[in-house]
Design a protein around this ligand. Structure first.
Ligand SMILES: [Zn+2]
Length: 135
């Protein structure tokens, strides 16, 4: 059963292709192979792909190159799931929103942590330049 208009809006599904494709009445398909941070990894023609991204592109018949820069979100919030009907495209903002809404704060926290680290590096560089200028 495809998602209703209301569900589509609630999940923030914006792509018309995703809207016709997404169906959460189907069960999750958990990836059994190697995983990195819960996300399955597949090697196809000696190229490494993230399993759910490959599944998304493959079942929607789009070139995987075309989804570069898009976040492929799990509507089921199960990172190891590769059921193409549980996946929807979005920008990274939509993904942050998902993480916030569903308490998966770690991804966002890492990003904030990285931003802090980057700021500390910039400060250290600025201090070093000042120190050099004073010599
Ligand atoms: Zn799923």
């Amino acid at each position: 059963m495809p998602l209703s208009q209301e569900e589509l809006a609630r999940f923030g599904v914006i792509s018309p292709r995703d809207a016709t494709f997404c169906d959460l009445s189907t069960p999750c398909e958990d990836f059994e192979g190697p995983k990195v941070r819960g996300y399955g990894r597949v090697t196809i023609s000696s190229k490494l792909y993230i399993a759910h991204r490959f599944s998304y592109a493959f079942y929607r018949k789009v070139d995987i190159e075309c989804i570069k820069g898009l976040v492929i979100r799990h509507l089921c919030h199960n990172p190891s799931c590769f059921n193409p009907r549980h996946l929807a495209s979005g920008d990274s903002e939509a993904n942050d929103e998902d993480a916030r809404l569903h308490g998966l704060r770690s991804q966002v926290a890492t990003r904030v942590g990285n931003a802090r680290k980057e700021a500390a590096i910039q400060r250290a560089k600025a201090n070093f330049r000042l120190w050099m200028a004073r010599r």
